[in-house]
Design a protein. Structure first.
Length: 224
């Protein structure tokens, strides 16, 4: 089971949830890519000054929202994609997106990323990042088809639902690299016993690929 410290609950209405799962449930996240990709975010100061090269004539907003997430080696925050950028990123991956859905999916995408960052900040509280102005996000990637050990155990041994997405975020804490993994879960759309307002659950925790990851989880388990 996911502890209350590790699990974020994001209530969404039924239609929004259907749109999100339709766009994200079967493939890797379009924005969860290696550094340098323009599918998700950017902290390049020139990105807002130049006109993106679009390949469709779909009528969608081209404005971009600045996140609250600082970027490593930059004095700027990550910038979320516009509705049109998000749509065209999906088109390039042959996902056959519905342009009308972007007005719902993009704000939800941004909101969930902000929630992930807040949970990472909770893990990082009083871990030393304050000494250099706070932690920063270095890079991120996603692979909805690659199960984390916890997700594998939950689905194969406990016969619980698999996450519909998985992200790996790497943060910088005053020069120290710390990796985090996030599993995204959702209540079953067809579950008659599900709550009236469906939830998206975020299971955010340090990766166990370093001593620091083990240390953070150990101290959290003790209530620190």
């Amino acid at each position: 089971m996911m502890s209350s410290d590790q699990q974020g609950k994001c209530p969404v209405d039924e239609e929004t949830k259907k749109l999100w799962l339709r766009e994200h449930g079967n493939e890797a996240h379009p924005g969860a890519t290696a550094p340098g990709s323009q599918l998700e975010c950017s902290a390049n100061p020139q990105d807002n000054d130049k006109t993106p090269e679009y390949h469709t004539k779909v009528d969608l907003s081209q404005s971009r929202e600045v996140s609250t997430i600082p970027r490593t080696n930059s004095d700027r925050n990550w910038i979320y994609p516009s509705e049109k950028q998000f749509y065209e990123a999906m088109m390039k991956k042959n996902w056959d997106p519905n342009s009308d859905d972007m007005k719902v999916v993009v704000p939800l995408h941004n909101s969930i990323n902000e929630r992930v960052w807040n949970y990472i900040k909770n893990w990082e509280d009083k871990q030393g990042g304050e000494a250099c102005g706070g932690i920063k996000l270095t890079n991120f990637k996603g692979d909805s088809k690659k199960l984390t050990p916890r997700a594998w155990f939950r689905s194969r041994i406990l016969h619980l639902a698999k996450p519909f997405d998985r992200h790996d975020w790497q943060i910088d804490r005053c020069g120290k690299t710390v990796d985090y993994v996030i599993d995204f879960y959702s209540t079953d759309l067809n579950d008659a016993n599900s709550q009236q307002q469906p939830l998206i659950y975020l299971d955010v925790r340090p990766k166990l690929n370093s001593f620091e990851g083990f240390r953070l989880r150990f101290w959290k388990s003790l209530g620190f």
